[in-house]
Ligand binder design. Structure first.
Ligand code: GLC
Ligand code: CA
Length: 588
């Protein structure tokens, strides 16, 4: 029987015998298994609506733009589109500062555009994943404005505290973006908590009325036809003792509080009704996932994980660069994958997203070996267990663009860092160097469709006046768009898109990849990333060279059959070497 090796097929073993005697439990376990099988077939494509495709020439990407690209998305082979928040927002944090949870940002379109997108996507067998920001709201949210103007009932929806006697904040707590996590409101003589930017006030999940309100927002979108949710920063909704002091950025005080599980159950119970099957995904940023693992299997259909993005930083500190990151990257990823899979939780694996700079520029080469490196990274990512999540532009090997002025960066997360470095006397060049490597702005430039103006993303003209004011402005366009774009890629003999289509076909056609076990090999190797996916009698071995040198493979490969490589004319041999950024996908 094939099923002895696969995690999924072992699923029914996790219930204890006493549980098994319970008929209802057995039925719900069956649901868990079939949901999981369903989820393992997913391939997510992440879209930043603002910079994807602008249908009306106002410079801002929009929902109609996404609709017009559905045939393209279908051709890639993906089956879920996750859009970063499309709610109404003053756009201080890329839309993660939601001012109205039940409205769409007007620049993106209307509710009826969203319905159209959901319905048309369904015809292409594509589901829409809605990004829900439940931990915080924009300080321009109506209820928050009431709160800071003295409305006591409104204040209960947020986390307000009195300061200490000497005009100090309630505790020493740093926000993720730097500076204190407490902001003073003179009018009411109180501080409010913001784990992220000052413009993002944390909501008080301890208050049942707040929970009801936040959950009603999820139900609002569910009623409109959304069946998949990604809960942003969900490991922050339950906090522990906020009076404690904490210097560390990776602070445990506001992550993974004990009630995350309870609150999630409330969300899920509210969403559950007879007609709908709703899927719940969570973004987990904290390193300590043990709390999550305790309940995770029942909490999430999948979790977006991030250790791969921390490994090239020193002590996870955002603006540091550890050049000897490779073994750490493998170790961190292996550790979290093993833990999650053992707990039967599906990891969602991204090598790029809206919070990180481009992977080829960061982990390899974006010049001489750009195509080799981009395809190698895609192969590694898509062959790993869990659910792959491809970020817009990854399929054509988009790269970091070097900005040469500080004011070209707009992300709120940069401000504190730039201020601190400037105070210390760092040169503009040094600051630019590190921003150009790590700033989130790097991945937020316009999608490069062709070599026409604005990379074919928009017909917008810089001299044109926009009737939308505020922070939501047209995205920057990478200088290299005339060379790197969808149209050119498809014309080329070495097309990254076509390579990715092949990878997705392997993922769909081989149970070893969809459902199989996972084991990392060569953990201490400083250049090769290798792992096996096994299902029953058969296995797929992926070996990727993360270096620009030719590297000898210390594994026997000539007893496998080659499924795919990003180089042509590959002969499998004993003691063979991999060329720069070469990847091999092997079957036996
Ligand atoms: C999540 C988002 C990130 C955002 C943060 C605060 O981590 O991915 O972009 O800045 O939440 O909302
Ligand atoms: Ca537009």
């Amino acid at each position: 029987m094939q099923n002895t090796m696969s995690n999924i097929e072992n699923d029914h073993d996790y219930t204890s015998d006493s549980d098994k005697s319970d008929k209802h439990k057995v039925i719900s376990d069956f649901n868990v298994i079939s949901r999981r099988k369903n989820n393992q077939k997913r391939i997510i494509y992440q879209i930043l609506v603002r910079s994807y495709y602008d249908s009306n020439g106002d410079g801002i990407g929009d929902l109609k733009g996404v609709i017009s690209k559905l045939p393209y998305l279908k051709s890639l082979g993906v089956n879920v589109i996750w859009m970063t928040p499309i709610n109404k927002s003053p756009w201080d944090d890329n839309g993660y500062d939601v001012s109205d949870h039940e409205a769409i940002e007007p620049a993106f379109g209307t509710i009826s555009d969203l319905k159209e997108l959901v319905n048309k996507a369904k015809k292409f067998d594509i589901d829409i994943m809605f990004d829900c920001v439940l931990n915080h709201v924009s300080t321009q949210n109506e209820t928050f404005i009431k709160a800071i103007n003295g409305d006591k009932k409104a204040q209960k929806h947020f986390i307000f505290r009195s300061g200490k006697k000497n005009n100090e904040p309630p505790s020493k707590l740093n926000s993720v973006f730097g500076g204190s996590a407490w902001e003073y409101v003179p009018k009411i003589n109180k501080y409010y908590l913001h784990i992220f930017a000052k413009s993002q006030a944390d909501v008080n999940w301890e208050n049942p009325a707040t929970r009801k309100k936040m959950i009603s927002h999820v139900l609002f979108w569910q009623k409109l036809g959304i069946k998949m949710f990604r809960y942003n920063s969900i490991d922050h909704i339950s906090k522990s003792d906020l009076t404690k002091n904490c210097d560390d950025y990776d602070c445990t005080i506001y992550t993974n509080g004990q009630k995350v599980h309870k609150y999630l159950q409330e969300i899920k119970d509210a969403c559950a009704n007879k007609e709908d099957v709703v899927f719940h995904f969570g973004e987990i940023t904290s390193k300590n996932i043990d709390e999550l693992i305790k309940n995770g299997r029942n909490d999430f259909d999948g979790v977006f994980i991030a250790p791969q993005f921390c490994s090239d930083k020193i002590n996870r500190s955002k603006w540091t660069h550890d050049i000897n990151y490779f073994i750490k990257l493998k170790r961190d990823l292996d550790e979290i994958l093993t833990k999650l899979l053992n707990a039967n939780i599906l990891p969602v694996i991204s090598f790029e997203n809206h919070d990180e700079s481009r992977a080829n520029s960061r982990f390899g080469d974006d010049k001489e070996f750009r195509k080799e490196c981009s395809t190698m990274l895609l192969a590694t990512q898509i062959m790993l267990p869990g659910i792959p999540c491809i970020y817009q532009g990854q399929e054509i090997g988009m790269t970091n663009d070097d900005f040469d002025e500080l004011d070209m960066f707009e992300d709120v997360a940069n401000i504190d860092f730039v201020n601190k470095l400037s105070e210390k006397g760092a040169s503009k060049k040094d600051i630019l160097n590190i921003l150009n490597r790590f700033a989130r702005d790097k991945a937020r430039t316009a999608m490069q469709w062709d070599s026409s103006k604005n990379a074919g993303f928009s017909k917008f003209d810089e001299n044109q006046t926009r009737n939308v004011t505020g922070l939501l402005q047209p995205p920057k366009v990478n200088k290299n768009y005339r060379e790197i774009n969808v149209k050119n890629d498809l014309k080329s003999d070495f097309s990254i898109i076509r390579f990715m289509q092949e990878l997705i076909k392997i993922r769909k056609n081989y149970k070893e990849i969809t459902y199989g076990n996972y084991q990392m090999l060569l953990k201490e190797d400083t250049e090769l990333f290798a792992f096996i996916r096994k299902y029953g009698e058969h296995e797929i071995l992926t070996i990727s060279n993360f270096s620009s040198d030719s590297v000898k493979v210390p594994l026997t490969v000539n007893n496998y059959k080659l499924l795919l490589s990003n180089y042509v004319d590959v002969k499998l041999r004993k003691n063979m070497a991999l060329k720069p950024y070469q990847t091999l996908i092997l079957y036996r």
